[in-house]
Design a binder for this molecule. Sequence first.
Ligand SMILES: [Zn+2]
Length: 69
Amino acid sequence: MSSATRVPCPTCKKAVVYSTKNPFRPFCSERCKLIDLGEWASEGHRIAGKPAVDEMMSGDLEGLGSPEE
Ligand SMILES: [Zn+2]
């Protein structure tokens, strides 16, 4: 009755048994887990460090700030 649920490892796409016996679920191994977390963290830093919204905001403010020209 206990059919093992298998999920693809997010890092290497290998089928992983998703159970409480697997401490790295849904990853197949600690290595894949660390790789995925590392990519996630670097992505977060990239987004957080890029002031894309501020640039857009200041651009709008400049356009609106000089109506007499
Ligand atoms: Zn993997």
